[in-house]
Design a protein around this ligand. Structure first.
Ligand SMILES: CC(C)(COP(=O)(O)OP(=O)(O)OC[C@H]1O[C@@H](n2cnc3c(N)ncnc32)[C@H](O)[C@@H]1OP(=O)(O)O)[C@@H](O)C(=O)NCCC(=O)NCCS
Length: 163
């Protein structure tokens, strides 16, 4: 097994196709959220291949400014999981990020993704932020908004602070 570094991923069309199809499969099995876009090809990628050049896993990341990079996708083929490849990919991403003078790597994952959380913790990542989310219901759609006093407001009683 060797790990290749692609910057950007789109430099290798077959690698981009592999990452994109793994992403689509990962979405279908719940590893990646459905409400996000796939790889653009502009990301950096560490790609693990067998001696026959068959891809077996990857990690992608991109710079976000202020010396930071976002680890976007991490994927190891089912037959190769639990053998330390995820750790090797994150180590390779860290090495490449350091070569790019980046000083911090960050990533987000679904709360119930025990494998990714375990992998990240095992190589020293810690939780610094929490992302809060709220699903906005049908009853609060823009169609129900009224305009008053020169601004848009929701169509419910807003006098709650004066009672
Ligand atoms: C997450 C993923 C990349 C882990 O890859 P992997 O090659 O199996 O990971 P490793 O073998 O390097 O494991 C490293 C550590 O992760 C932890 N880990 C791995 N699988 C785990 C699991 N199912 N549950 C809990 N911890 C787990 C272990 O603590 C392990 O450390 P140890 O060897 O000291 O015990 C892999 O499971 C995967 O591709 N999952 C689907 C895609 C995905 O969820 N990606 C992340 C989305 S953000």
């Amino acid at each position: 097994m060797t790990i290749r570094f692609l910057d950007p991923l789109a430099d290798d069309a077959s690698a981009l196709a592999y990452v994109a199809s793994s992403f689509a499969f990962g979405q279908a099995v719940g590893a990646f959220p459905l409400d996000r876009d796939g790889p653009t090809g502009g990301e950096c990628c560490v790609l693990a291949v067998t001696q026959w050049q068959t891809p077996i896993g990857f990690a992608t990341f991109y710079e976000t400014g202020h010396g930071k990079a976002w680890i976007d996708l991490v994927w190891v083929e089912g037959a190769y999981r639990g053998k330390g490849l995820g750790k090797k990919l994150l180590a390779a991403a860290r090495r490449e990020a350091a070569n790019m003078a980046l000083t911090r790597l960050e990533f987000g994952t679904q709360l119930d993704n025990a494998a990714m959380r375990g992998l990240a913790a095992s190589v020293g990542y810690c939780e610094r932020y929490t992302i809060m989310s709220l699903d906005v219901g049908e009853g609060e759609s823009i169609r129900n908004r009224t305009v008053g006093a020169g601004r848009a407001s929701l169509g419910y009683d807003e006098n709650w602070g004066t009672e």
